[in-house]
Design a protein around this ligand. Structure first.
Ligand code: ZN
Length: 368
């Protein structure tokens, strides 16, 4: 018995003036819906993740993720997803709107804990506005203390919601309504102010974003009897790069570029070459702690531009492979990395094929 995360991404977004549905528009460096998918994966709580979408979704390589078609209305999309997992031995199901990218994994865990003693758990927030209610042309006051604004993810015992959803033919704006209209108990827990719903194009405007730039440079001597690593992958070549580590000049320059943009000194500070524990370290392993800092401190990568300076190997031959590797390592898209090959007219150490150098410029956004 396991948990399933259903992401509703089939909405048309009537209040949203854009050709693309809003859930596919870029929001902080990835399509809006991917924020929820990535968080569900990161939480490690879900055996199955279902994306309900009426547009094709490419580049989903994770086996636990399934993309299915949605209906015209929200309740039809939910029903499609519930039908899809009917025989998959799901115990709990979390249903979430793709337009809410800012929930925390902590909220997922609180929902799950509360579901142990309940069949439906729903997060809510209060309003600070004064609220009026219009009925038959008469406007009345409403006590805001009695109002709950429900959010998603909402989580449910699968069997209970499956039954209720099957009977429902009405338009609903959330699944909590199903339980309430059928007089079933819903446990309400405190939601998150930041977990607002992106509704208009204005909501996409980045809050307090500052850009930073970092430069990186590295050079290593070529020696026989060593593998050549560039951008995290092995390149067939007669020599490799000398150094305390695997000598990957691209990744070292990238690390320095990242550190530079984050105002965090340099690669030597993090990996002193006199420390034995770093001997023969692979450069992707040097990069990952730096990326952890980047994520923790609220940075995201805009783009990376690279000059690889060498006579051989020919960059054009390996460009696609190196870029693919960098995208995987840095968790960015192909259109955010550029790799240029540069020779030096046979001049100096590099010209004599005795060394390879690399320079990098990186742009980061920081979200305050
Ligand atoms: Zn180096």
């Amino acid at each position: 018995m396991s948990n399933c995360f259903i992401l509703l991404a089939a909405g048309k977004g009537k209040r949203f003036k854009s050709k693309n549905p809003k859930q596919f528009i870029n929001y902080i460096n990835k399509p809006l819906f991917m924020h929820s998918v990535d968080k569900a994966i990161k939480s490690k709580m879900f055996k199955t993740i279902i994306i309900v979408s009426n547009l094709p979704i490419k580049n989903i390589r994770t086996k636990s993720i399934k993309v299915i078609k949605g209906g015209k209305e929200r309740h039809e999309s939910t029903q499609n997803a519930l039908n899809f997992i009917k025989n998959k031995k799901i115990k709990n199901v979390f249903i979430h709107d793709a337009a809410r990218p800012n929930f925390t994994i902590r909220l997922l865990k609180r929902l799950k804990n509360n579901l142990k003693k309940n069949k439906a758990v729903v997060p809510y927030i209060k309003t600070y506005n004064s609220v009026k209610f219009v009925e038959k042309n008469k406007i009345q006051n409403l006590d805001r203390e009695k109002l709950l604004f429900t959010q998603t993810p909402q989580c449910f015992d699968f069997k209970s919601i499956y039954k209720l959803s099957k009977l429902n033919k009405k338009k609903i704006t959330d699944e909590a309504s199903l339980f309430l209209t059928n007089n079933r108990k819903v446990k309400f827990i405190k939601g998150e102010e930041n977990n607002f719903k992106i509704t208009t194009i204005k909501d996409f405007k980045k809050p307090n974003v500052k850009s930073f730039y970092g430069i990186g440079f590295d050079i290593h001597r070529l020696i026989k009897n060593k593998n050549l690593f560039l951008g995290g992958i092995k390149i067939p070549f007669h020599s490799g790069l000398q150094g305390h580590s695997d000598g990957d000049v691209i990744l070292h320059a990238v690390i320095d570029g990242l550190l530079g943009a984050m105002n965090k000194k340099d690669i030597g500070t993090f990996y002193p070459s006199n420390k034995r524990k770093f001997k023969n370290i692979r450069s992707p392993n040097m990069l990952s702690p730096i990326l952890k800092i980047l994520n923790k401190d609220g940075y995201s990568i805009n783009n990376v531009d690279i000059n690889l300076i060498c006579e051989k190997p020919k960059v054009s031959k390996y460009r696609d492979k190196i870029i693919k590797s960098l995208c995987n390592l840095l968790n960015i898209n192909k259109d955010q990395v550029n790799l240029k090959g540069k020779t030096v007219e046979k001049l100096g150490l590099i010209g004599k094929e005795e060394a390879i150098a690399c320079e990098v410029i990186i742009s980061l956004d920081h979200y305050a």
